[in-house]
Design a protein around this ligand. Structure first.
Ligand code: NOJ
Length: 554
């Protein structure tokens, strides 16, 4: 049995993800700033947040909103200055909130000085800092790999007379981790941020850093004749050697945590990644987000799913991390549509759905990661045309859908459902113009419902989604079993109710969440001897859940 007091700070807290471009603009420019985050630290503290993951705010041409880094040691001027970052770190610490930097180490921007040098000739000192290959004899790309954002994963470079590999956009060339100088440079960057006093790192796209020894074509899986780069390069043998070195050089000896973004790591491999001899503290794996989206993440290929599919994915991740490492629980991030739309196979009020997911997120085993706006419970935005989207991946998915033979309406519908921009619209602070996010027209449209759905309105409404989040956060902090308790699934075969128990010594808590918009019944003996600790729709009735109701008993 783990005792709460033996756990690391990051296991006991709540993490919150900020997408800084959309959080709060203090300069009237239409995009968010670091000073905006500092201004809202009290708001975050009231949610019980102790770790704040900031998506990349380094100097960047912003082709992929910062995931194309030009200089890891500078703040992008649109966000502010390094002094603003120092201020954010310091003010956060005063409130017990530690910053978590996003390390984008699989690739850089094509405008990064390293790449500019590497591309200049085959003989320069950084010639092999990236993945360069000759063309096939007919001049075509070295392999038929499709980048994650669509189109070939190879881009021709006239200066070198070679192709370079880009797992994501062509402006995001992949680094060559086989080169020890590259690895050393990356560790130095991470240590620069450790020395600044950050609390940890989220490590981007880490499963792609080890390339296969031989580059070969794969069987085409779409009309474009290409083969997914993910299938060719994700989680290749040897990757853990790099990551053990990374851990030794950066993590060891510091009171920080590292959470890897690890698409492609299966539940049964988790022990090697986050177990006692693992490389990270936590791993974002995507088995549950793949339930509604499909594992191949092709938005125009619809998947059918049921609640038990989602429950199985969540249960597998819980079981895999029961004795190995720690689970980062999440339903939203900046790459997903809004969870109120994503995880329900039924219609129903978004606020009820948001509360159901919050109850699961904040009482499950693991560190809950709340994504900005999730605590207000809105849905996807309204999009009328493909031109309204900013996201590079959304445009690529749209083109791919057209290439697959879908008409424009159907291709747009797939993007409306799954676009990452759904998560990136401005944070809704109040009902003033642009939702109090900015004095200028924001870079993405404000959600239609901001006038009624915003922080100011929800702060004064005891029945709001925000109030529910705060209540659950306080409950979690007051009940060691919700932090340290073992997790076991209840009602595994039920197609309406997701349920689990948390147990620590004699203490027990049971979460029951009705994901259907119909009344559901369950065996009331499950909650015998327990009292309601939190109930999303007023006084609960043992044995019955109202449509889209969640109750925590303990
Ligand atoms: C994963 C990030 O979360 C996503 O936003 C980004 O586009 C890709 N990695 C590429 O860095």
């Amino acid at each position: 049995m783990t005792r709460a007091q033996d756990m690391a700070w990051w296991q006991q807290t709540i993490a919150y993800e900020v997408y800084p471009k959309s959080f709060l603009d203090t300069r009237g420019q239409g995009t968010g700033t670091l000073a905006g985050i500092t201004q809202k630290l009290d708001y975050l503290a009231a949610l019980g947040v102790g770790a704040l993951w900031i998506t990349p705010c380094y100097k960047s041409p912003m082709v992929d909103n910062g995931y194309d880094v030009q200089d890891y040691l500078q703040i992008d001027p649109s966000f502010g200055t390094m002094a603003d970052m120092d201020e954010l770190i310091a003010r956060g610490r005063e409130r017990g909130i530690r910053m978590v930097m996003d390390l984008v180490f699989n690739h850089t921007s094509n405008e990064c000085a390293w790449f500019v040098e590497s591309r200049s000739s085959r003989a320069n000192p950084k010639a092999d800092w990236y993945i360069w290959r000759d063309a096939k004899p007919d001049g075509s790309a070295p392999t038929n790999w499709r980048s994650i954002f669509g189109g070939s994963a190879w881009e021709w470079c006239e200066e070198r007379g070679q192709y370079y590999l880009h797992t994501f956009a062509k402006q995001q060339p992949d680094l060559n981790w086989e080169n020890p100088q590259v690895r050393g440079a990356l560790y130095d960057i991470a240590n620069f941020w450790v020395d600044k006093g950050v609390g940890g790192f989220r490590i981007d796209a880490i499963t792609y850093i080890k390339k296969p020894p031989v580059f070969e074509d794969g069987p085409a899986d779409g009309e474009d004749g290409l083969y997914p780069v993910h299938a060719a390069t994700a989680n290749r043998p040897g990757i853990l050697e790099f990551l053990h070195e990374f851990k030794r050089e950066v993590r060891d000896g510091h009171d920080i945590f590292m959470v890897g973004e690890a698409n492609g790591v299966a539940a049964d491999e988790l022990d090697q990644w986050v177990g006692a001899n693992g490389v990270f503290d936590m791993l974002f794996e995507f088995s549950h987000t793949h339930v509604p989206m499909g594992a191949e993440e092709i938005w125009c290929r619809p998947v059918t799913w049921t609640l038990t599919d989602l429950k199985q994915a969540l249960a597998q991740s819980q079981e895999a991390t029961a004795h190995n490492g720690w689970y980062p629980a999440f339903f939203e991030n900046h790459d997903q549509p809004r969870s109120t739309v994503n995880f329900f196979p039924c219609d129903g009020p978004l606020t009820s759905k948001a509360k159901v997911l919050a109850a699961v997120l904040l009482t499950t085993r693991g560190t809950p990661f709340v994504y900005q706006g999730q605590e207000l419970g809105y849905g996807n935005a309204t999009w009328k045309s493909i031109d309204e989207f900013d996201d590079v991946q959304t445009h690529a998915q749209y083109e791919f859908a057209l290439g697959e033979g879908l008409d424009e309406k159907a291709a747009l519908a797939a993007c409306v459902r799954f676009s990452r921009d759904n998560a990136r619209t401005p944070m809704q602070w109040d009902d003033s113009a642009y939702a109090g996010f900015s004095g200028a027209k924001p870079w993405l449209p404000v959600h239609d419902d901001y006038a009624s759905c915003n922080v100011a309105a929800q702060e004064t409404d005891a029945d709001s989604v925000l109030a529910w989040y705060r209540a659950l956060a306080a409950l979690r902090a007051s009940r060691p079993e919700l932090v340290a308790g073992d997790w076991s699934e209840l009602l595994a075969a039920d197609e309406r109710v997701l349920a689990f128990e948390r147990a620590l010594g004699d203490a027990r808590a049971v979460t029951l969440a009705n994901f259907s918009n119909e009344e559901a019944t369950y065996d009331a003996s499950l909650v015998d001897g327990l009292a309601p600790l939190a109930a999303s729709q007023g006084a609960p009735i043992a044995g019955i859940l109202r449509p889209l109701e969640a109750v925590v008993w303990g």
